[in-house]
Ligand binder design. Structure first.
Ligand SMILES: NC(=O)C1=CN([C@@H]2O[C@H](COP(=O)(O)OP(=O)(O)OC[C@H]3O[C@@H](n4cnc5c(N)ncnc54)[C@H](OP(=O)(O)O)[C@@H]3O)[C@@H](O)[C@H]2O)C=CC1
Ligand SMILES: O=CC(=O)O
Length: 324
């Protein structure tokens, strides 16, 4: 008999067919309490769960006594209670690597668009304001040969460093829990304490996961350490930055600009002051959102689920120890 699987994300037809060939699939819209109530019997039976977004915690696991594998269409897994999964011997699969280069492209886009004020000046031109030669009021700041500080020198941090160093001649600083020798040898990247990185960087780029340690890692005190003409880029998770502190720092002119792909609350509230500050570039969490990469992530998530349901967790598993 095929294992019962809940799918809470739309898949392209070919990937749906591949999943359905191996699993007995029930599609639902999301993991909301209403959905859990409406499909209680399906949750009760399911051995696998595939999708993205939504909290998977002890409360949900209690409704899924047969669950063996969760497969997330994301690399970040802060919405999963991994301790609760481990206790229940449920393995969690995710999609690192396939999205790395695309997310690094997005971060570089935020670096360039904040420095050169691309969205702001685009709106200015389209509003008919370009009536004579531009002057200092339209100038930006250079990116090339500046110092880029990376918080979280993992897969995405490395791909960003590659672009910044080889493409833009930038000096690379980083903060991570351990030394990354490859970053040193490939990009001459220097590992720094957080305080030194914040003081020295022209661009501070966050590619950190959200954990208890990284929650509000960047608050008022940290923003105060940054140069007044520095730019903060966050494509990790919103709550790594204390958003109220960031708003206050931007309003007080303590930073040159911010580029944000992630927010404390998503979608960001329409009345957030971040949306009316001209020096803030906002994106709707599109780090990995290209047709090619999103397809690749869904494909990996399907294969990860099938492999893990068959007992194979060599690749893309967050908690292989849960199988023991
Ligand atoms: N905006 C978007 O659309 C996307 C956002 N993301 C976010 O990016 C994150 C990173 O992805 P990826 O690069 O693949 O992950 P990795 O696991 O490869 O890298 C994470 C890095 O963060 C470092 N780190 C973790 N905790 C701390 C800490 N407390 N202090 C300092 N450094 C720390 C790790 O350090 P060490 O090396 O020392 O272990 C590691 O270098 C994801 O978890 C997700 O939240 C990912 C994809 C898309
Ligand atoms: O935010 C996206 C992810 O893959 O993590």
């Amino acid at each position: 008999m095929k294992p019962a699987v809940i799918l809470y994300k739309k898949l392209p037809d070919d990937l749906y067919a591949r999943l359905a060939e191996q699993c007995d699939v029930t599609e639902i819209s999301d993991l909301s309490p209403e959905s859990q109530q409406q499909h209680a019997a399906v949750f009760q039976q399911a051995e696998g769960l595939l999708g993205s977004g939504g909290k998977v915690n002890g409360e949900l696991l209690a409704k899924m006594p047969n669950l063996r594998v969760c497969s997330s269409v994301s690399v970040g897994y802060d919405n999963f209670d991994v301790d609760a999964l481990n206790q229940r011997h449920v393995v969690l699969m995710h999609t690192p690597t396939v999205l790395t280069e695309t997310v690094a492209d997005t971060m570089m886009a935020l670096v360039l668009s904040t420095a050169r004020r691309v969205p702001e000046l685009d709106a200015w031109v389209k509003a008919g304001n370009w009536q004579k030669s531009i002057g200092p009021a339209q100038f930006g700041i250079d990116v090339h040969h500046k110092t880029l500080g990376i918080l979280g020198m993992g897969r995405i941090g490395m791909a960003l460093a590659q672009r910044a160093h080889f493409g833009f001649g930038m000096k690379i600083l980083y903060n991570a829990r351990r030394e990354h020798e490859e970053a040193q040898s490939r990009f001459g990247a220097q590992r720094c304490e957080l305080e030194a990185l914040l003081k020295q960087s022209d661009f501070v780029c966050i590619s950190l996961p959200l954990t208890e340690e990284t929650h509000h890692l960047i608050g008022a005190a940290e923003l105060e350490l940054m140069k007044p003409d520095a730019v903060l880029i966050n494509a990790g998770r919103g709550p790594v930055v204390d958003e109220q502190a960031l708003i206050a720092a931007l309003q007080a002119g303590k930073l040159h600009a911010a580029g944000l792909d992630v927010f404390e609350q998503e979608p960001v509230s329409a009345d957030s002051p971040l949306l009316s500050l001209p020096n803030v570039v906002t994106l709707p969490h599109i780090g990995s959102a290209t047709h090619e990469t999103r397809y690749g992530m869904m494909q990996d998530a399907v294969e990860n689920l099938i492999a893990a349901l068959g007992g194979s967790v060599e690749k893309n598993c967050v908690n292989p120890q849960a199988l023991k």
